[in-house]
Write a protein that binds this ligand. Structure first.
Ligand code: Q0Z
Length: 311
């Protein structure tokens, strides 16, 4: 991942310590007013309006993107509540991050990227073409870019440091890293979340090709056997963590249209942008009409999926 031309600075939030900048999100910890210490139990997750394309963080932001994705993620947490508890504590956050900030329980994060795939594309497709399998899961011959998989598959990967690419893992490697009981649980949960996501999206003419989910352990919430509860963390089923495709134009055998970023990709790779993807140079700023069209796509995705109006 390449860094932005001009990284937008995380806002200073009185009463919060900034702890980490992700590619498109910021992490804070509330400061205890008595001790002056950053909380060990609670985090504030803030989704910015930054956007990535072709492995770059663009210099342009998409107004409201962080709010739309946060509201979508919160809606999905509710849709998934019968499958798994989540890390959300409250949406009452400083005014500067209203709608885009969420207070969450600090968990011991499971150190594996949990990816579920219903359709074949991206790094899964590349691995299939090399090995006829993905993450050790054998697949039938004849699959192509965008193919519906015979059954949804769990394709975990390493959590690489920012700037490096995640590496595929086999299920045996996941077991070795986190133990069989948790490995089995996160695999089954990932597939269940993907399946629920696709059931709901299908009614709205949207396909959910794949999704990345993050789990954490909450020692303060033991399960029936006294083990720490497995909790759904981070963001869930947003266009930044998942590939959404319009069902109407789905056609295996070529790259699928992206629900959210298609205008950005088309403009960046058009002569109008003057950008050469293979140059290694940072892409140029987006024109205002591409920014606005993309903003409307995020809002459309939110409104189609949830049936709610984005206020
Ligand atoms: C999430 C990330 C960033 C947003 C750590 N509930 C949790 N407990 C402990 N850690 C995390 C969470 Cl969500 C956690 N991330 C990824 C980075 C902004 C999310 F800069 N990292």
């Amino acid at each position: 991942m390449n860094w932005p031309v001009e990284p937008s600075r995380p806002p200073e939030l009185p009463g919060y310590a900034h702890v980490y900048s992700g590619k498109v999100r910021e992490l804070y910890a509330p400061i205890d007013q008595r001790t002056g210490q950053a909380s060990q139990d609670v985090l504030l997750l803030v989704a910015t309006d930054r956007i990535s394309a072709y492995d770059f963080i663009l210099g342009s932001e998409i107004p409201d993107k962080g709010k739309v994705l946060t509201q979508l993620s919160l809606w999905w947490f509710d849709q998934l509540a019968d499958i798994i508890p989540n890390h959300v504590i409250s949406t009452q956050v400083p005014e500067a991050v209203t709608g885009r900030g969420v207070l969450v329980r600090r968990l011991d994060m499971v150190p594996v990227e949990c990816i579920g795939r219903a359709y074949l594309t991206g790094s899964g497709l590349a691995e299939y073409r090399q090995a006829s399998s993905v993450c050790g899961v054998p697949l039938p011959a004849g699959l192509t870019d965008g193919s519906l998989l015979p059954t949804p598959i769990f394709t975990p990967s390493t959590k690489a440091p920012i700037g490096e690419h995640d590496q595929p893992m086999t299920f045996a490697q996941v077991e070795a890293q986190i133990g069989m009981p948790i490995a089995t649980r996160v695999r089954d949960l990932t597939i269940a979340i993907l399946a629920r996501g696709n059931e709901i999206a299908a009614d709205r003419g949207i396909l959910l090709a794949d999704t990345k989910v993050e789990f954490g352990l909450d020692a303060s919430r033991p399960d029936a056997e006294g083990n720490p509860a497995i909790v759904l963390a981070d963001e869930v089923l947003t266009p930044d963590s998942s590939r959404f495709w319009p069902a109407a134009t789905w056609a295996p055998g070529r790259a699928q249209d992206s629900y959210d970023k298609q205008f950005v990709r088309d403009w960046l790779t058009s002569p109008a942008s003057g950008w050469d993807r293979s140059s290694g140079e940072a892409p140029p700023a987006l024109p205002d009409d591409i920014i606005e069209a993309t903003r409307l796509k995020y809002i459309e995705a939110f409104e189609s999926l949830t049936g709610r109006t984005f206020a």
